[in-house]
Write a protein that binds this ligand. Structure first.
Ligand code: SF4
Length: 320
């Protein structure tokens, strides 16, 4: 097969290191900040410094993105990690071209604080650039405890820009989390990180995504998660229902057969003709989240605010 584009770049990518189970490679990137379809998202642009993610969540919807690189083994997404080749001036140039009114989300496909970040520090380098602009809106989504490392930088960014940190926590049950998200930090560590950041003035919330029918969707568990999120300083709480398409579908069905065999048939029926459960199920979950938010004094979304040194449209001068 003749490889082209991103597939060609991935197969020729110089190896940074091969660990026992995971390899890290350097991947050239043509673009750091990508436009998203505005009608489908609450943000306008996305940034993903890594391709693949070692946290290995069994439900991870982004697994299909490795197929763009012709990497199709079931575990390629979690074992063949690509760190984009950092270019500060190019990143700045792209950032400054984006209108200040448009929101930028970091970590829409893969986690920006995944394990590779401990050594390659791409997210940290991006934050160093973001800390030099003002009047912008940034979202970061993670299920890591690593953001504590960057607390000072996050505070700098948040002084002049609107900054929201979204922590994904699907369950407080450490055993369930270990099966679902084998290499992600424990839920209590994520909550402790949320607490450290919110105590330092960073606006944080929790998304219990994905909601998995019969696994993490019972009212008592979600309510307990919401109460813990609130106690740790979360402002908002929500969750989206599992979206299941190939190749995630096969990985997740294998997980079900191993860990919840009694649910396998139900999922096969539910997801037989659609990537989502029924409209009824969605409505029930929405009502459940509404009641839980009300009971725990949490909002559905991050509330708008202006940071202390907000100067929209008055960008600091940056060397290009
Ligand atoms: S942390 Fe996010 S990107 Fe990484 S495997 Fe889990 S769901 Fe996918």
């Amino acid at each position: 097969m003749q490889l082209v584009g991103i597939a060609k770049a991935a197969h020729g990518a110089p190896l940074l290191e091969a660990k026992r189970q995971v390899s890290y490679s350097h991947l050239a990137t043509g673009k750091w900040i990508n436009r998203v379809a505005p009608s489908r998202h609450s943000f306008d642009w996305s940034i993903n410094p890594y391709r693949g993610c070692e946290m290995a969540c069994q439900y991870c919807y982004a697994r299909y993105t490795h197929e763009f690189m012709e990497l199709r083994e079931p575990d390629d997404f979690e074992t063949r990690i690509f760190a984009k080749v950092w270019n500060a001036s190019e990143f700045r140039r792209e950032l400054l071209k984006i209108p200040v009114t448009q929101a930028i989300a970091i970590g829409t496909a893969t986690d920006p604080y995944q394990h590779a970040e401990r050594r390659y520090e791409l997210t940290r380098r991006m934050l160093e650039v973001l800390a030099t602009v003002s009047g912008r809106r940034f979202w970061i989504t993670t299920k890591s405890d690593l953001p504590v490392r960057d607390l000072g930088l996050l505070q700098q960014v948040a002084r002049r820009n609107v900054l929201y940190l979204n922590f994904t926590i699907t369950t407080l049950d450490a055993d369930l989390a270990r099966g679902l998200e084998p290499k992600a930090p424990r839920p209590d560590l994520r909550l402790a990180t949320l607490q450290a950041l919110s105590s330092a003035g960073i606006r944080c919330g929790v998304m219990a995504s994905p909601v998995l029918p019969g696994i993490n969707d019972d009212e008592a568990s979600l309510n307990q998660l919401a109460a813990s999120a609130k106690a740790s300083g979360a402002e908002w709480f929500g969750g989206g229902v599992l979206f299941l398409k190939s190749p995630t579908r096969e990985v997740f069905f294998n997980y079900l057969e191993r860990e919840h065999p009694h649910l396998a048939r139900r999922y096969q029926n539910t997801y037989a003709t659609s990537a989502r459960p029924t409209r009824d199920y969605h409505q029930q979950i929405e009502q459940r989240f509404d009641a839980i938010r009300l009971a725990n004094n949490l909002s559905r979304k991050a509330t708008p605010y202006l940071p202390p040194d907000w100067e929209q449209g008055n960008q600091l001068s940056l060397a290009l």
